[in-house]
Design a protein around this ligand. Structure first.
Ligand code: NAD
Length: 519
């Protein structure tokens, strides 16, 4: 039975409440505080990845619609930037409450469009909610600096000020969390925001926009357009957009970073990954195997922080059969089905790509210890399912090692020493996340110190930093110089103004022009 329906409690002007009816519902644009039907003649189908049924259509916004969205953002900016910081904080405080109250509804939309399990979808919303909660501390985060009496009667102080109109381009894999990394942080600083969600999973963003409006965000402070390349090019080129936040693949991210930078914008781009879990023979075996399996196959491997590569050091290689046994026990099913551990991949093309990468492992001499390519899920025969797959005897020159697979596939390498493992990780171009499993503090410290990866877990398989820190992927996993959320996020969405101010007593008035550079 399909339990996924958007509950009638939630008014959904952006999306029909009956996604399985014969007429295909459409996703609206959000322009100047209104959910409006697009006049576009170009539409993209949205599928339920568990069935491949078309559940909706999303427009490729027209140029006029995108222009209207920018006009709205630009018009709303001065008043929003001038709104007291306490009032902006109040909007965010109400917003975090509304997200909590609607968390399950947002999660249902995520499972419907993206495929992940309901429990995992709730985690998706929750991790975004934490960023909203942190954004509520803007009153401290946005403080500038002061330096009194830098010379006689002169004080120096700086303000952090919003940039203007900022934009966000999001991927399909975290339909709530990643948009919530973007517009709440930007808006609480006083910017207005143009959001382009992933065309595969727009529903959660639309509901989040409605909740933000219900929290008191004025019309025009958030606008939402839909589309693909044309919308992305529009964002990269438009002179009124001052900054772009992008999360997605390297192919798109590098393009957007270059094109946006060329047009004078700040760009932060979080991109692809190949995250290694290094397993030392002294690790707590039970814990490590469970963590590895959870982090490799959870969300069907469609997480940028999925632990997709295991490096078994020394005797730890003997744990491979047990790893396989644990992975075999995972239940693959539609995300709304009770007990499902992992759901389908996003599209048939994604499934084909993942299966081709598994094939490449066989051709290049690796061993498939667990093969999920032929899995059939009862009642969901048309879904994009791949079961947990483990490829061993993998070498760094193999395609399945070099490419980000982004599916439920764990590739396993073996080394004799920790030093060799570190070398492998550091030779990989990506620097998103990594983890070491060990009971030896000195080993853990050495690894954390020497590994050239932005986010390191010690006995923590998916070390995504909490929002008081920042998401610090590095090397090929990131372009830009200021990371998402935390203090770095505030820096990204603000610029400094520094004021040098002199107030002299009347009897200290200059008697002649000061023509020399002040020292
Ligand atoms: P994607 O790059 O295909 O799409 C992301 C966004 O870019 C979408 O809004 C899409 O419309 C747009 N886009 C796609 N192709 C484009 C192109 N050629 N030119 C311009 N715009 C384009 O990414 P995806 O498949 O939605 O997401 C998966 C990828 O995102 C993986 O590589 C994953 O590692 C990465 N990701 C990274 C992080 C991180 O924080 N590092 C987080 C989540 C996902």
């Amino acid at each position: 039975a399909r339990i996924l329906q958007v509950s009638s409690k939630v008014k959904s002007p952006w999306y029909s409440a009956s996604p399985f009816s014969s007429s295909v519902p459409t996703v609206k644009l959000f322009i100047d505080g209104k959910f409006v039907e697009s006049k576009s003649d170009k539409w993209i189908d949205i599928h339920n990845p568990a069935t491949n049924e078309v559940i909706g259509r999303v427009p490729q916004a027209t140029k006029a619609e995108m222009d209207a969205a920018i006009v709205s953002c630009k018009r709303a900016f001065p008043a929003w930037a001038d709104t007291s910081i306490l009032s902006r904080q109040q909007v965010l405080l109400r917003y975090q409450q509304l997200i909590k109250e609607n968390l399950k509804e947002i999660a249902k939309l995520i499972t419907l469009e993206q495929g992940k399990t309901l429990a995992d979808a709730e985690g998706d919303v929750f991790r975004g909610l934490q960023v909203v909660e942190h954004a509520c501390s803007v009153t401290s985060l946005m403080m500038g600096e002061t330096m009194p009496s830098i010379t006689k009667d002169m004080d120096l102080y700086s303000y952090r000020l919003p940039l203007g109109v900022c934009a966000g381009i999001a991927p399909f894999n975290f339909p709530a969390m990643i948009p919530l990394w973007m517009f709440p942080m930007a808006m609480v600083c006083g910017n207005t925001f143009l959001m382009k969600p992933s065309e595969r999973v727009p529903g959660a963003t639309m509901l989040l926009a409605k909740l933000l409006q219900d929290s008191g965000a004025p019309d025009g402070t958030l606008n939402i357009i839909h589309g693909q390349h044309e919308a992305v090019n529009f964002i990269c080129d438009h002179p009124d957009i001052k900054a772009i936040s992008f999360v997605g693949s390297n192919q798109a991210g590098e393009y957007i970073f270059e094109r946006g930078s060329r047009h004078g914008k700040r760009v932060q781009a979080n991109m692809g990954a190949k995250n290694h879990g290094v397993v030392m023979p002294d690790a707590n075996k039970e814990n490590t195997l469970n963590q590895l399996v959870g982090a490799a196959f959870g969300a069907a491997g469609q997480r940028c922080m999925a632990l997709s590569t295991a490096v078994l050091v020394g005797e730890a290689k003997k744990w491979l059969p047990e790893l396989v046994e644990r992975a075999k026990n995972l239940r693959v099913n539609a995300g709304d089905q009770p007990g499902a551990d992992l759901g389908p991949l996003i599209t048939p093309q994604a499934k084909e790509r993942v299966c081709n990468l598994i094939d490449s492992g066989t051709k290049e001499g690796a061993s498939i210890l667990l093969d999920g390519r032929k899995i059939k899920v009862k009642g969901y025969e048309n879904g994009n399912f791949v079961g947990p797959t483990i490829i061993s005897n993998v070498k760094p020159n193999m395609t399945c090692y070099k490419e980000e697979i982004f599916g439920p596939v764990l590739v396993v390498l073996e080394t004799e020493t920790l030093d060799e493992a570190i070398q492998i990780v550091n030779n990989n171009p990506y620097g998103n996340g990594t983890a070491i499993f060990t009971t030896n503090g000195a080993t853990a410290r050495k690894y954390a110190h020497l590994v050239d990866v932005g986010q390191v877990g010690v006995n923590v398989p998916i070390p995504v930093p909490l929002p008081m820190f920042s998401f610090t992927g590095s090397r090929s996993s990131f372009r830009g110089d200021t990371n998402f959320y935390g203090k770095q996020g505030i820096q990204f969405y603000t610029q400094l103004k520094t004021i040098t101010s002199q107030w002299k007593e009347e009897d200290a008035t200059l008697s002649s022009p000061a023509v020399v550079m002040p020292t």
